[in-house]
Design a protein around this ligand. Structure first.
Ligand SMILES: [Zn+2]
Ligand SMILES: [Zn+2]
Length: 238
């Protein structure tokens, strides 16, 4: 599968990641990517940066080491309505938003509540991606999730880190089998994300790509294949 981009990544600004933005982009460029996106954790994540970090992205060159760079945020979903932890005016300034549930910032609810939280986040115009919907400790109704992602024109992520040995998200592989089967049925697109917290993993989608190959997932539903495909979801790359 053609895979030219990675836009779920973290830098030292997240507080528990270990490389700078420049180091991350250089590693991604070294792997031959065309587009790199940086998505540090929004402020509710313990140890992450102040909200003002997300206010000054204009300072950053949008081409570095010969590849294109976009600047977003991994927003923390904080309630069952799908509200997130960054002020609206700051969300508006992002190139893109990934909304994810992290148990440090969210009280895990029932399957219905967790699903409502993710669908609520999809209704936010500044959210284009739902991050790692794959953790068995945060149960989800995948049929409702996949249908809603199609309806709201939001991408569902297949998170490479969740599939690596020692992943903090149990059951990810089985949950992706379920999710991908439904994505195929409802024609819902996905994005592979490394969720890299160090440069060694920037642009690495090995486990996620292997899983897609294993289930023979249609390439036309994977936006990593081209900027044009991603551009259908992210205005900043149109
Ligand atoms: Zn996350
Ligand atoms: Zn992440």
């Amino acid at each position: 599968m053609n895979d030219i981009l990675d836009i779920h990544t973290h830098t030292i600004a997240s507080g528990h990641a270990y490389n700078t933005l420049y180091e991350m982009v250089r590693a991604a460029a070294g792997r031959g990517l065309t587009l790199f996106g940086s998505s540090d954790h929004a402020p509710a994540m313990p140890g992450s940066c102040h909200e003002m970090y997300f206010c000054n992205f204009k300072a950053i060159p949008r081409e570095l080491f010969g590849i294109r760079l976009i600047m977003g945020c991994e927003l923390n979903i904080i309630d069952y309505q799908g509200n997130v932890d960054l002020k609206r005016w700051l969300q508006k300034r992002l190139d893109y938003g990934i909304a994810s549930i992290h148990d440090l910032c969210y009280e895990i609810g029932t399957k219905e509540e967790n699903t409502a939280a993710l669908i609520g986040a999809m209704e936010n115009p500044y959210v284009q991606i739902i991050g790692h919907p794959d953790n068995s400790r945060i149960p989800l109704d995948y049929e409702s999730l996949v249908k809603a992602a199609k309806e709201h024109h939001v991408l569902l992520e297949v998170n490479n880190s969740s599939l690596k040995p020692g992943s903090p998200r149990p059951g990810a592989r089985e949950n992706y089998y379920t999710m991908l089967k439904l994505c195929r049925r409802y024609n819902t697109a996905v994005i592979l994300g490394s969720d890299s917290h160090c440069a060694a993993d920037a642009g690495c989608h090995e486990q996620a790509a292997a899983l897609l190959a294993e289930v023979d997932f249609p390439e036309e539903l994977v936006v990593n294949r081209s900027l044009k495909a991603l551009g259908e979801y992210l205005e900043c790359v149109r």
